[in-house]
Design a protein around this ligand. Structure first.
Ligand code: SF4
Ligand code: SF4
Length: 430
């Protein structure tokens, strides 16, 4: 039963009187033994930053003057194939195009849609190649400022909880859930999901998140469109959309895996505290959120862990100790040395020449921690117990630091009265 209306919360937001907390702040209060009522809190900001394969974008790109070609047959943006249409845009000199985040460049298999989306939001010039129905090839360039339309859609995102993966077999498995290939038997684990910060973990029955809920995608205002693909009652996910013009590149990008490039997307959803039931739901902490552990070979659940194994008592930020690097401390030996971290870092954040991590790109995935044998990179990442064996977490495909920052951004926007809550126009059914 509702004890508070969204319009009442919005009035408080407009008057600068709303009490807003991030999911992390709330969970820390709960851990310290605090008891809260519906009157104590108006909004909890939840968020996730993770790899979201089901991401695509739609662009309208100027190509040539009107009448220069009849229609586009094929199209590449920075070498990545896109689908022209579905509207044929006959003789308009422009093209509507759909590009999948998991597609990659013809010339560089490590450059994928996620990298391109970030480059577009950074307003970089993008090379555009079009094959026309007349058989002509047009090569031009474009940037976000010249595009009339740029919108991101996610087909399945913000899972209630995702999973950890292990490999029970001896053979290493090439997979999107590993950067170097997942080693077995049970030698390492990879995890996905932001636990207690995750939006649907905070509203598992989708009681307040519905069709039309306003949210942030990569820092820009967007909306929930409805149920995501393969969404199930026990593990729902959402379909989302947002205009790309106001996105923040820090929340997005590409991520190399041992299989193909993936897409980094960040989402933050405000949870209005309108009833005891919602308050109870948002107070769930990592310690009580299940983390299913799956066999990478068949995606069957082997056991269940908890998100506290991944996120409580561990470091969410990777530290860099440049003085320990043998390349910088031993010129003679290192002249020929290639740094494996530089080539394997999934976001391209580490440069041995610059001797630093570019924090605007770093995902805190911890790949460097396990590749570099000189402890140049450190982070406590935790272990998952599978069949009585402790398996170290060697890769995080969710960036809890990034999620935390986006939840704080949303909180600030609400506190400043820049973001009002929306009443869903419909429930999401499964
Ligand atoms: S792997 Fe580590 S020690 Fe070796 S060059 Fe790279 S950062 Fe330096
Ligand atoms: S944690 Fe290390 S490997 Fe991962 S993105 Fe950052 S620098 Fe690269």
């Amino acid at each position: 039963m509702r004890q508070k209306e969204i319009k009442t919360i919005n009035k408080k937001i407009e008057n600068g009187e709303a009490t807003v907390m991030t999911a992390e702040e709330l969970c820390n209060l709960i851990r310290s033994g605090e008891k809260l009522t519906v009157e104590d809190i108006d909004v909890v900001t939840s968020a996730t930053k993770a790899l979201m394969s089901g991401t695509l974008a739609i662009f309208t790109i100027p190509i040539a003057e009107r009448g220069a070609f009849r229609r586009a047959e094929s199209l590449w943006l920075n070498g990545i194939p896109a689908f022209p249409g579905p509207c044929p845009n006959e003789r308009l000199g422009l093209v509507d195009a759909i590009l999948y985040g998991t597609e990659y460049s013809r010339t560089d298999p490590n450059y994928g849609g996620g990298h391109l989306f970030r480059n577009i939001v950074e307003k970089k010039q993008i090379e555009v190649e079009v094959k026309t129905s007349e058989g002509k090839t047009i090569i031009t360039s474009s940037s976000l400022d010249e595009m009339d339309f740029a919108r991101m859609l996610t087909t399945r995102s913000v899972y209630k909880n995702y999973a950890a993966f292990v490999n029970p077999k001896k053979e290493t498995v090439k997979t999107i859930f590993s950067v170097t290939g997942l080693n077995g038997p049970y030698r390492e684990a990879t995890i996905c999901g932001c636990g207690e910060l995750n939006p649907i973990a905070k509203d598992p029955n989708l009681a307040v998140i519905g069709v039309g809920t306003k949210l942030l995608i990569n820092g820009a205002k967007g909306y929930v469109m409805g149920r995501g693909t393969r969404s199930r009652q026990n593990n729902p996910n959402l379909m989302l959309e947002a205009d790309m013009f106001n996105m923040n590149p820090l929340y997005m990008g590409g991520f190399k895996t041992s299989e193909s490039p993936e897409v980094i997307v960040s989402c933050a959803i405000p949870i209005p505290i309108i009833s005891e039931a919602i308050l109870e739901a948002v107070t769930i902490t990592d310690e009580d959120i299940p983390l299913p552990v799956m066999d990478i070979n068949n995606r069957e659940i082997i056991t269940n862990s908890k998100y506290s194994e991944a996120w409580q008592g561990n470091d969410i930020v990777v530290k860099y100790h440049g003085n320990r690097c043998i390349k910088t401390s031993c010129e003679k030996y290192c002249e020929k040395l290639e740094c494996p971290v530089e080539s394997l870092c999934p976001t391209g954040a580490f440069s041995i020449e610059k001797g630093r991590i570019d924090r605007s790109l770093c995902f805190n995935c911890t790949v460097c921690v396990y590749i570099c044998k000189q402890n140049v990179f450190t982070a406590k990442t935790g272990k998952i117990t599978v069949n009585g064996k402790e398996v170290p977490i060697t890769l995080r495909q969710s960036d809890r630091l990034g999620a935390k920052k986006l939840a704080i951004d949303l909180k600030k926007k609400i506190e400043k009265g820049e973001f009002l809550l929306s009443e869903p126009v419909d429930r999401i059914n499964f």
